[in-house]
Write a new protein. Structure first.
Length: 433
């Protein structure tokens, strides 16, 4: 018997997701984004069925000539954005990119220094995540509360004392750039390497509104390709150190991936081209929106972090909602109002507050991509005030949020289907129907 009911439910749920998250909600998750129609269109391709183990033109499989050419091209396009010709797109996620680099830089039992968790370190940098899984010991650098950043003087001292194999900067929750130059100098002076994790800020770096860590001494930059960089979910590593590039290249396969999910490569190439054309305008607008959003929230009585430093220079805004009942409650109420956010530990929260931290981490990159500008940040801040301060019924606000969102359904800073319709592209689905 064919289970038509379950089959139907699969399609219904997926369709409901598409409608809800692409058309009806204001998404402020700082680690998400959407692809352009052209990138999405090319994403549905036959490469999703195929293997190509190894490096381009040196594969262990036959049938790879098109992915070989595409992968070399995409590595090169991505490299142009960060001004390096050493790129590896085979890690299937940011975490896998970190794993490959960390594994090459240190043996189990050796030490790495990482940015303090308060300064935004990702779980993969820590003993609880990938670093721990690899048996590498974590030494956390000290935190400067006033500047909400790594304490440079104390960090340099620790690096000189411990002589770790490598340092990791970059993170998941940060408003201001980490001190790459100073930490690079210190770690190099003891024979170690600097890894910068640009998962969150890759789109700001390619848009030239955030510093390029490769230019300030980072030996490798790892990243996801789907946060501020609006590509398909995936990972990438950029290098400035040739030996490291070669060594990591030898370990991604066979240690960390077999298939590297080839179908994302052409979509990543499309997004790289979009970023060359529109990336600067996109990134500038993101930072303007984030700043304005922070100011509007503060003006309505919210406690916004980073005030003395102008709130933010990234795509993120950090809000302390402990006066409103804490992060868990605030995030749930906002979801009922069709505003999607995540609760987050703030720099001063104890680690055990993870279930109900004080904060919300907000990112404006996806709404910027849908065309929102500074005045729209004022509208969203008003929704926040109504739900979280004035205690209005979130179901009522939800309707207004969806109405507001309905004016912003088109992806900006990217290519449309019309832009690519003349290219003789045969999508995979048409060949199977
Ligand atoms: C999101 C994130 C990652 C993990 O990326 P995935 O692509 O989800 O594996 C790694 N590092 C940082 C700093 C992140 O924010």
């Amino acid at each position: 018997m064919i289970d038509r009911e379950t089959l139907q439910r699969v399609f219904e749920l997926t369709g409901a997701q598409n409608r809800w998250r692409l058309k009806e909600t204001v998404n402020l998750i700082a680690s998400e984004n959407v692809m352009s129609p052209a990138a999405m269109y090319v994403y549905l391709n036959d490469f999703m069925h195929r293997y190509a183990e190894g490096k381009p033109f040196k594969r262990h499989y036959q049938g790879t000539k098109h992915i070989d050419e595409l992968e070399v091209m995409t590595d090169s396009l991505m490299g142009r954005l960060l001004d390096t010709d050493m790129v590896d797109l085979r890690p299937i996620s940011g975490t896998i990119a970190n794993a490959a680099v960390f594994r090459v830089l240190a043996q189990p039992g050796e030490e790495a220094v990482i940015a303090p968790v308060q300064a935004g370190a990702h779980v993969s940098h820590t003993k609880f995540g990938t670093l721990g899984a690899l048996g590498i010991k974590q030494v956390e650098l000290p935190y400067d509360e006033e500047r909400m950043n790594v304490d440079v003087d104390k960090a340099v001292k620790i690096i000189e004392e411990r002589r770790p194999r490598f340092a990791v900067l970059g993170g998941s929750v940060y408003l201001f750039p980490h001190p790459v130059r100073e930490i690079a100098e210190a770690i190099h002076s003891v024979g170690g390497k600097l890894v910068y994790d640009a998962a969150h800020v890759l789109g700001l770096i390619t848009g030239k509104v955030w510093h390029n860590p490769l230019k300030e001494g980072a030996d490798a930059v790892t990243a996801s390709t789907h946060k501020t960089f609006p590509g398909p979910q995936g990972g990438v590593i950029f290098f400035s150190d040739k030996d490291l590039y070669k060594e990591v290249g030898k370990t991604i396969f066979p240690w960390f991936v077999s298939s590297h999910h080839l179908h994302r490569i052409p979509a990543t190439a499309v997004v790289a081209l979009e970023m060359m054309e529109f990336g600067h305008d996109y990134a500038e607008q993101i930072v303007r929106n984030a700043k304005r959003f922070a100011e509007e929230l503060a003006a309505r009585g919210f406690k916004v972090l980073g005030e003395s430093m102008g709130y933010t220079t990234s795509h993120q805004v950090l809000l302390d909602v402990s006066p409103q009942g804490g992060g868990a409650k605030a995030a749930a109420l906002l979801e009922q109002a069709n505003i999607i956010v995540n609760k987050n530990l703030l720099p001063y929260d104890p680690p055990e507050a993870v279930k109900n931290p004080s904060g919300l981490r907000l990112g404006v990159q996806e709404m910027t991509r849908f065309g929102m500008r500074e005045s729209d940040m004022e509208v969203i801040a008003n929704f926040f005030e109504r739900v979280l301060i004035r205690g209005e019924d979130p179901a009522k606000v939800a309707k207004e949020v969806t109405e507001f969102r309905s004016h912003y359904l088109e992806v900006h800073y990217g290519y449309t289907l019309k832009d690519v319709e003349a290219f003789n592209y045969v999508d995979a689905l048409r060949l199977l129907s």
